[in-house]
Ligand binder design. Structure first.
Ligand code: ZN
Length: 194
């Protein structure tokens, strides 16, 4: 059944008991860090624990695959808000092994949508209107390549200051082991703003 009533019941108890006091912080991330990662439920608690992060340490942005697919979409805007409004100086793209976006296939996705009642002629209408469903619903083949690609979009964004370090990592969804794909540490002589 739906989770809403269970969550609301818990929420009443949580607030009344003052359990929130443990989470007090402010809106500026303590470590001046923003993380773009995947929405995978295995990493709800694993990722912060494996990275040694607590409430208030970092801006956490999540989507399917830890992807920036468009330089003017909401993920890129969130990262720029983090930098200019919230004093972030370091960005980490943290994708993971065994990601559902690896090998995502538009045909199979759209078949599932039809099984849940989306009519085939609606999909045809979208295609005829010029919407590139196949491109939009394609994931990645290789997680490291995907991380490099997303780091590249962020790094080369015309509004991203050179002083912000943009790193790329892959996390193991069971052990939490991190592997660095891109070390974006900003070197002083690399800094265009200097
Ligand atoms: Zn994932």
């Amino acid at each position: 059944m739906g989770a809403l009533s269970t969550i609301l019941n818990h929420n009443n108890e949580f607030v009344e008991a003052g359990d929130y006091a443990h989470f007090f912080t402010n809106k500026y991330p303590e470590k001046q860090l923003a993380i773009l990662t995947c929405m995978d439920a295995r990493m709800m608690e694993l990722l912060p624990a494996a990275m040694g992060l607590k409430n208030g340490d970092a801006k956490l942005i999540k989507n399917a695959g830890a992807l920036v697919t468009h330089p003017w979409g909401s993920v890129m805007r969130s990262l720029l808000v983090a930098v200019f409004e919230l004093k972030v100086q370091e960005i980490m793209v943290v994708a993971h092994h065994d990601c559902g976006m690896r090998g995502l296939n538009a045909e199979s996705f759209l078949n599932k949508s039809q099984a849940q009642g989306i009519p085939a002629d609606r999909i045809d209408t979208l295609r005829n209107a010029g919407i590139d469903l196949d491109g939009w619903l394609t994931g990645f083949d290789n997680v490291e390549d995907s991380v490099r690609h997303t780091v590249g979009i962020i790094r080369r964004h015309p509004l991203m200051p050179a002083s912000v370090a943009v790193h790329g990592l892959v996390i193991h969804p069971t052990t939490g082991k991190l592997t660095v794909v891109v070390d974006g540490t900003v070197k002083a002589d690399n800094n265009d703003d200097a």
